[in-house]
Design a protein around this ligand. Structure first.
Ligand SMILES: Nc1nc2c(ncn2[C@@H]2O[C@H](COP(=O)(O)OP(=O)(O)O)[C@@H](O)[C@H]2O)c(=O)[nH]1
Ligand SMILES: [Mg+2]
Length: 399
């Protein structure tokens, strides 16, 4: 048994889990939603054999578990649900040993009694989905008294708590007294301009972490898999035949290349899903006649992987030129020296020297899988170790 973790990459890095007796508020804007965070936190705690109590008033336990399953999150006997929903709708809750039914969900005293009795048993994690619905069903003060109840039990029984909250138009005073009651607040918001084109979360406060320079983190919620830290645009550039198409097809399962006569003429695109990160990879064509496109393709990239053929130093000036043309010079970069096992491949020192990219720019060597038994019509696959090393080196700079 360990401190409950979120199971969400960057959040666990920044907060190092949720220590005993701590309460975290996950506050989402109405357009974004926070329920997937709840599914993922529960899933991750069950994986770690933690005992989880879910107070549920947003939907039925059955729908909740089905939703979780859509993300490939399977609940087990360590999850207990207090069902404060079913009897509100008249739908029969199928009572199991792991469900505690609130007979009258509009009876605030019954809820407190049942919650209190469960908390007495001791849980590693107590999740409330959702706190805003408690406010709406009763009032603000009642919801605060629920937090007080949870807090008083955690103080004795240990364990920590996560409150899912949707920031409808509550008053500023109410919000600030809510925030002052919790130990940490994470905001979940959309980047909106008529439509939502991005979602992010940001740690707003946390009283157990000294270092306070938290950043906001873009994420995507994917089925299955859940919350992934998301990088909307990573550029894959480099000279012709260096291995850009091969890299993109090796890094993502569903890459698409627009190919004509062998060489890539338009672009490669791939969705990457790796170690809790998601990224869209955009490849550029290498031939000079497509240079007018490069600026366009490079626009809004947040990081770049420069791929060179380790046996062709005569192409290195062209490689640097492509960084300039895509306007990605100066972005977080990883250099991939491909074909590193071919005769004539330069050493790491020689590569760094000839590429003028500075000692700090990470450089990763990659080689192709055995090319003898591979379909010649399929893009070449590079060996996993090198590709993953390159991605980790990039994500390390981006987070
Ligand atoms: N021997 C060897 N060939 C490779 C390697 N990587 C790519 N290739 C080959 O090099 C050619 C160009 O690769 P491609 O990924 O299309 O390069 P791009 O033009 O940068 O997109 C293809 O024929 C690949 O099969 C490698 O590591 N070793
Ligand atoms: Mg290509």
């Amino acid at each position: 048994m360990k401190d409950p973790l979120f199971g969400i990459g960057k959040l666990d890095d920044e907060l190092t889990g949720i220590p005993d007796k701590k309460i975290v508020l996950l506050s989402a804007s109405p357009s974004v939603g926070n329920e997937v965070f709840g599914y993922q936190i529960i899933h991750n705690n069950l994986l770690h054999k933690n005992k989880v109590l879910l107070y549920l008033n947003r939907t039925s336990p059955q729908s909740y578990l089905t939703e979780m399953k859509d993300y490939d999150f399977i609940a087990d006997a360590n999850l207990t649900i207090i069902d404060s929903y079913s009897n509100m709708t008249g739908i029969q809750s199928s009572s199991t040993s792991n469900t505690v039914i609130v007979e009258n969900p509009s009876d605030g005293e019954e809820i407190k009694k049942k919650l209190s009795a469960e908390l007495e048993k001791g849980y590693d994690l107590v999740l409330i989905d959702s706190l805003s619905l408690v406010i709406d069903a009763f009032d603000f003060n009642y919801a605060m008294s629920i937090i007080d109840l949870v807090k008083s039990k955690l103080d004795i029984k240990k364990g920590s708590s996560v409150l899912l909250f949707t920031d409808w138009d509550y008053g500023t005073n109410e919000i600030s007294s809510l925030v002052s009651k919790v130990n940490a607040e994470v905001e979940i918001r959309g980047i909106e301009k008529r439509v939502i084109f991005g979602q992010y979360f940001a740690v707003i406060k946390c009283d157990w972490v000294k270092e306070k320079n938290f950043s906001s983190v873009l994420f995507k919620s994917v089925k299955p898999g859940g919350i992934k830290i998301y990088f909307p645009k990573v550029l894959i550039t480099g000279p012709t035949d260096a291995g850009k198409t091969s890299f993109i097809h090796s890094a993502s399962r569903d890459a698409v290349s627009v190919d004509r006569l062998g060489g890539t003429i338009a672009l490669d695109h791939g969705n990457l899903d790796f170690e809790g990160y998601k990224a869209d990879l955009f490849g550029t064509p290498g031939q000079e006649r497509f240079d007018p496109l490069l600026k366009l393709l490079g626009g809004e990239a947040i990081g770049v992987i420069l791929i060179v053929d380790a046996t062709k130093p005569d192409q290195f000036p062209r490689a640097i030129e492509m960084l300039r043309k895509t306007e990605s010079y100066g972005l977080p970069i990883v250099v991939v020296a491909n074909k590193a096992n071919l005769p004539g491949a330069l050493s790491v020192e020689e590569l760094k020297d000839k590429l003028h990219l500075g000692k700090d720019a990470p450089l990763v060597q990659t080689i192709a899988e055995d090319l003898s038994h591979i379909d010649p019509n399929e893009p070449t696959k590079l060996k996993k170790e090198g590709v993953e090393q390159a991605l980790r080196a990039l994500f390390k700079q981006l987070t």
